[in-house]
Design a protein around this ligand. Structure first.
Ligand code: SF4
Length: 330
């Protein structure tokens, strides 16, 4: 329940601001000059704020589209991402956002048309490259769709560029805007997944793994391309059995022709970010697992990463072509 909504004065009359505010009739509305006054304040406690976050409606001035980090991709030579929102309604214990921002408040940028202009510019600049855009790197791309309408807006833009791919990555079971429109071959609806037992312990506030599989099955039946993102892969007791059951369940539910790609990524945190996240949740069993530090990154030992990735890839190769399997190392 959002109790306070901060609104930048510059966008207080924007139609999207008005629409979003209409959903929070009981909230206290506070006008501000810039979202950073609230979002970047010093001495905020992410863990306490996460229990009762506020909403900030803002205008994004720049940095609409950014190059994806090296090692983040699903086969294109050029990869970009954009985020219409900072932070997430879910609370996954391994989420990098909790180490990235000092605030757990949600920021929604309402000037979608500026994202459009920058995306179209990047597309024009990359006419000779196969390009993929990733929506919602700093949030869940669909979880607040009924409030923002961003996925619907951006999907409409990508109907003009059938050779350019866009991925919406989510842990939600939000199937709109896709369920009610004809499928587009350049749109990938990608689901982040953990075995159910691990998800119950780590994916706080998210729909269950089974519900996510049901949502993707629904969209696959309508003709949408599905991405499967096992990122991060989590090590623990019986991990082989847990992942085998999950993978077999998915591949027996989603027809292989509906699967665009599958990617596996090891659990990993930049060293400084890990320190911040560990301070927030020192008791989490996840952080007492077999983690160590290599080249400024905290992760499992390389042989564990390799073993888990190979194990899951080998099962996956029984169902889809190996050219559709990717390792995410960003
Ligand atoms: S769904 Fe993704 S963005 Fe949201 S808390 Fe979980 S890991 Fe973070």
């Amino acid at each position: 329940m959002i109790e306070t909504v901060y609104v930048e004065k510059k966008i207080k009359e924007h139609p999207r601001t008005k629409f979003i505010l209409s959903k929070f009739k009981k909230a206290t509305i506070i006008e501000i000059d810039r979202y950073g006054e609230i979002f970047n304040k010093r001495n905020q406690n992410f863990r306490i704020q996460k229990k009762n976050p506020d909403l900030i409606l803002a205008f994004k001035n720049d940095g609409y589209v950014l190059s994806a980090p090296e090692g983040f991709g699903i086969g294109s030579s050029k990869n970009y991402y954009f985020s219409h929102m900072y932070n997430c309604i879910y609370d996954c214990r391994y989420c990098f956002l909790q180490g990235m921002y000092s605030s757990a408040n949600y920021v929604i940028f309402v000037n979608f048309e500026d994202f459009d202009k920058e995306i179209e510019k990047v597309i024009q600049d990359n006419k000779d490259n196969k390009t993929t855009f990733f929506s919602g790197y700093d949030c869940d791309s669909l979880a607040l769709e009924t409030l923002t309408g961003f996925a619907k807006h951006i999907t409409t833009l990508f109907t003009k560029y059938p050779d350019v791919d866009i991925e919406f990555r989510t842990k939600s079971v939000q199937t709109e805007p896709f369920a009610s429109i004809e499928p587009l071959k350049n749109v990938i609806v990608a689901y982040s997944l953990l075995p159910d037992l691990m998800s119950k312990a780590l994916d706080n506030k998210t729909p269950s793994t089974l519900k996510r599989i049901n949502a993707m099955s629904h969209l696959a039946a309508k003709g949408w391309k599905i991405g499967l993102r096992f990122d991060p892969l989590i090590h623990g007791k019986n991990w082989e059995k847990l992942y085998k059951d999950l993978l077999d369940n998915i591949y027996n539910t989603i027809p292989s022709h509906s699967i665009h790609s599958v990617s596996f990524g090891p659990l990993r945190f930049p060293k400084e970010m890990f320190k911040d996240i560990f301070k927030l949740y020192p008791q989490t069993p996840l952080f007492s697992g077999p983690l160590s530090q290599h080249n400024g990154v905290v992760s499992y030992d390389l042989d564990i990463e390799e073993e888990m990735t190979s194990f899951c890839s080998n099962i996956t190769k029984n169902y889809i072509d190996k050219s559709q399997i990717f390792k995410c190392s960003a």
